[in-house]
Design a protein around this ligand. Structure first.
Ligand code: 0XW
Ligand code: MG
Length: 376
């Protein structure tokens, strides 16, 4: 059988606005209302098209923003023309030597390569990543700051729906309010429900210690309490709870260092932060070797992001996998697809079974491309 020519000959970028439900998604140090997502289409010599997406959670969540993604894609796309999309190591090397940093923009190109590879070989991205343990993965919910009663009522609703992991957004207000919320939720949900306090970098070391002492009797995880590695090192052995790092884990080397130095006991991982599936696969494998639990998420986005994260999530050792968060229910609408949406149901998400990512876009609904390179 002659294999399709997977040389990248062209690329297009589309922009689509994704609005937060109720006009707001709030965390301790930042919030978003409407976010532009950028969809990357790579075209191969044989006419096959692959897709990836990058959608930073506004400009203040991580050192990323939508306009930065667009500008970085303008640098990166001409650089990958002529490469074989299925040789993702070489594509990543070319991207890293063409533009320093901007992992989030690289992520969309890398994911589009995996989509192409899967389509060319008629295999799912999960199969290419080593094989899926399951065709449905667990998802979890991030509860925005509210009153103790309001948060507990929402938590009870979510557990009844099938959610087994709840992340409470903390920080940005008196620690006592966060303690009251966590206590109300812990009392309202069944034992065994995984609880996390995610301050999204909004606490000082003192705040984190105060919260941990006040909640010492509640099994929970402190997620990204502070800003820096040094602050988290100060928490080591002082807090009563495990710490998971999210925003701080920018690359494989940081994950390895955190694990070896014991600064955290797990991760909230973001696909775009580390630069795509090729690099996230290395993160997954380091976590596997060090026996560190992790989520497989991204910052925000539609079904392309959801598919990439659930495919990767399905390949993580079930003993370590903490689930995948998607923005589906936090958005008013997404870009159109002709495949079934990857919508949460019963606290789980479907892993697509079609080739590549398993998501078919309705290109007419995306409008005109905002960027083009090569022949499309
Ligand atoms: C709840 N999340 C996974 C979604 C947003 O991207 C932020 C985030 C987190 O854990 O920080
Ligand atoms: Mg987090």
């Amino acid at each position: 059988m002659t294999r399709l020519d997977t040389t990248i000959v062209g690329a297009r970028v589309f922009r689509f606005p994704l609005r937060a439900v109720g006009g707001l998604y709030k965390m301790s140090v930042s919030h978003v209302t409407e976010i532009d997502t950028h969809i990357v289409e790579l075209v191969t010599a044989s006419g096959l098209r692959g897709y990836g997406e990058v959608c930073p959670l506004g400009p203040a969540y991580q050192p990323e923003h939508a306009a930065g993604a667009f500008a970085a894609l303008g640098e990166l796309l001409p650089a990958v023309l002529g490469l074989d999309a299925t040789q993702t190591g070489l594509v990543n090397h070319r991207m890293d030597t063409s533009l320093n940093g901007h992992n989030y923009a690289k992520s969309a190109i890398d994911v589009a390569c995996w989509d192409l590879w899967g389509k060319a070989d008629d295999r799912t991205v999960g199969a290419l990543l080593g094989g899926a343990h399951t065709d449905r993965v667990a998802t979890y919910w991030g509860l925005m700051p509210d009153t103790a009663e309001g948060t507990a009522a929402k938590a009870v609703e979510l557990v009844a729906e099938g959610y087994r992991r709840l992340q409470l957004k903390t920080g940005g207000r008196p620690v006592a309010d966060d303690v009251a919320c966590m206590r109300a939720v812990a009392e309202a949900v069944p034992a065994g429900t995984k609880l996390l306090a995610d301050a999204n970098r909004g606490w000082t070391v003192r705040d984190a210690l105060e919260f941990s002492v006040a909640c010492a009797d509640i099994p929970l995880v402190l997620e990204q309490p502070c800003r820096t590695y040094e602050e988290h090192r100060q928490l080591q052995s002082k807090v009563a709870h495990p710490v998971f790092l999210d925003e701080s884990t920018v690359d494989v080397a940081t994950v390895a260092r955190v694990g070896v130095e014991g600064v955290a006991q797990g991760f909230g991982m973001k696909l775009s932060r580390v630069g795509g599936l090729t690099k996230l696969r290395a993160v997954r494998d380091v976590c596997d070797a060090l026996r560190l639990p992790l989520t497989i998420d991204d910052t925000w986005g539609g079904d392309l992001v959801a598919a990439a994260t659930v495919h990767m999530g399905s390949t993580v050792d079930p003993l370590l996998y903490e689930g995948t968060w998607t923005s589906w229910r936090y958005m008013d609408e997404s870009y159109p697809t002709s495949t079934e949406p990857i919508a949460p149901s019963g606290g789980t998400l479907r892993v697509p079974s079609g080739p590549g990512l398993g998501v078919e876009l309705d290109l007419d609904g995306l409008g005109r491309p905002v960027l083009e390179a090569g022949s499309v």
